[in-house]
Ligand binder design. Structure first.
Ligand SMILES: [Zn+2]
Length: 125
């Protein structure tokens, strides 16, 4: 097993992180505060009895999944390919997600990591 000091992850990934084609568009979630705000909006929208067209647009883009006390923002299941849960992430989380995937793939390279995360997360394309 590779020790933390030997693991090349930090160098390799911090330098190459921008090479991953993160979607930079209107869906981009910049930080945790932004993420929590969207979660709150989706929750409120789902509970509304009279929905506006903006509400419908929001629900077409986002859904929420609550496990215990944690609520996550996900791609609505009817829009995912095989009904698998695909999570939205905010930009502050991306490095940690890549790092975890790198370790889970047995210190896999960028392409291997990319293959793993692209199915699980909405913003890493
Ligand atoms: Zn490593």
């Amino acid at each position: 097993m590779e020790s933390e000091s030997v693991c090349a992850f930090k160098d390799v990934f911090q330098n190459k992180i921008s090479e991953l084609r993160f979607k930079v568009n209107s869906c981009s979630i910049t930080n945790e505060e932004n993420y929590e705000q969207i979660v709150k909006e989706v929750m409120e929208t789902k509970n509304k009895t009279k929905k506006t067209s903006l509400d419908y647009r929001r629900l077409k883009r986002y859904d929420i999944l609550t496990v215990g006390t944690i609520t996550k923002l996900i791609v609505p299941l009817h829009r995912s390919n095989n009904n698998e849960v695909k999570y939205f992430v905010h930009n502050d989380e991306i490095f940690d997600i890549l790092k975890t995937a790198h370790i889970e793939t047995g210190h896999g390279g960028l392409h291997k990591v990319h293959d793993v995360v692209k199915y699980k997360y909405a913003h890493i394309a």
